[in-house]
Design a protein around this ligand. Structure first.
Ligand code: NDP
Ligand code: ZN
Length: 352
């Protein structure tokens, strides 16, 4: 089979590989829609997870089941499924401890385009298929469905990590696709005022549609100063970090009220340390918590997020700005994600 791969740090290309073999609990899926992710860009061009050779990229796909192992109960060839970016081993002790995304070691639930070949290929392998795939109803189209793989669960996880409660004022730093989903998630969890940080016009337009009241352009001055001005010097109850860099915890901590919570889902692609501002962190005593993590995977979560789309509570297809048709367009879509033109939020490649 053909796949689009990371050849080494800084280099991509097409590769030929054998179709993956299935164990008794596994499934083989033929993708019908895939989406490149900022994480793929960090992986290839920042070398964020170290070097990989001829590793097929991609971790966001919906598709049709091609084959299943003999112990897979709930899926059969021909079923339409969504597969989350994170596919843990659900029998692991880490999963039993509530952190399935770290099953088998730190971040090891993130298997696609990290520990094994990803989904930018003709057929991809899903471990623990009954627990890691979800049936897709006809009412959800492929463009919305592929946003269920990573963008919606990660953005919503930002709102979960920040412990957003009814009436909280929330600052969302970064309004790419993840931050936009974090705005929507914070709104669904009961946020009152939502401030959003970004600069690209298309992202700003959709941030407002998902419920951001004020847009803060980080290029026009220090973020926390702008937030403090808008909140009469008080700051916000919660911060979700979905963009920026290793220094973004500085404005996050400064803009946060004592007792507040920061939820970080940003993938820190380079550098050795992150910086926390000592005084504004109350010399360590401000009860300003920082929660940070990889999105959870799992069928149950997929089904629950799907039910929000079905109930009309959220439309994730708003973040899909670019549509490509044909398997070979994966390369163009990934390059678009790398170059981030002003009108881009998220591209999807439809494969039929
Ligand atoms: P994008 O690059 O599309 O968006 C990043 C956002 O951050 C943009 O709004 C950008 O503004 C803004 N930004 C850039 N620099 C700064 C800065 N210095 N200060 C403040 N804001 C800034 O990324 P995605 O939405 O695709 O992804 C966001 C992050 O989430 C990535 O790091 C990605 O790898 C990570 N991720 C994490 C996952 C997890 O499970 N934890 C899973 C998936 C992704 P502008 O409008 O100017 O471009
Ligand atoms: Zn992704």
């Amino acid at each position: 089979m053909k796949g689009f791969a990371m050849k080494k740090i800084g280099e991509t290309g097409w590769v030929e590989k054998p179709i993956p073999k299935l164990g008794p609990l596994d499934a083989l899926v033929r993708p019908t829609a895939v989406s490149p992710c900022t994480s793929d860009v960090h992986t290839v061009w920042a070398g964020a997870i170290g070097d990989r050779h001829d590793m097929i990229l991609g971790h966001e796909a919906v598709g049709i089941v091609e084959d299943v192992g003999e112990l897979v109960h709930d899926f059969k060839p021909g079923d339409r499924v969504v597969v989350p970016a994170i596919t843990p081993d659900w029998g692991s002790l880490e999963a039993q401890g509530g952190f399935a995304m770290h099953s088998g070691g730190m971040l090891a639930g993130w298997k696609f385009s990290n520990f094994k070949d990803g989904v930018f290929t003709e057929f991809f392998h899903v471990n623990d298929a009954d627990a890691n795939m979800a049936h897709l109803p006809d009412s959800i189209d492929d463009a919305s469905a592929v946003m269920l793989c990573d963008m919606m669960p990660t953005g919503f996880h930002g709102a979960e990590l920040a412990d957003v409660e009814f009436g909280d004022s929330v600052l969302v730093i970064g309004i790419g696709p993840v931050g936009l989903m974090a705005i929507a998630g914070a709104g669904l969890k009961g946020a009152s005022r939502i401030f959003a940080v970004g600069s690209r016009p298309k992202c700003i337009e959709i941030a407002k549609e998902y419920g951001a009241e004020q847009i803060i352009n980080y290029k026009n001055g220090e973020i926390s100063e702008q937030v403090l001005r808008l909140t009469e010097g008080k700051g916000v109850d919660r911060v979700i970090v979905a963009g920026g860099n290793n220094d973004t915890f500085i404005p996050a901590v400064k803009a946060l009220k004592p007792g507040g919570v920061i939820g970080n889902v940003n993938y820190l692609g380079e550098g050795e340390f992150v910086r926390i501002p000592r005084t504004e962190w109350g010399c360590g005593m401000a009860h300003k918590q920082i929660h940070s993590g990889l999105m959870p995977g799992g069928r149950l979560r997929m089904e629950k997020l799907m039910s929000l789309i079905e109930a009309g509570r959220i439309d994730p297809s708003k973040i899909v700005t670019h549509r490509f048709c044909g398997f070979e367009k994966i390369e163009d879509a990934l390059m678009l994600m790398k170059n981030k033109p002003a009108d881009l939020i998220k591209p999807v490649v439809f494969i039929k």
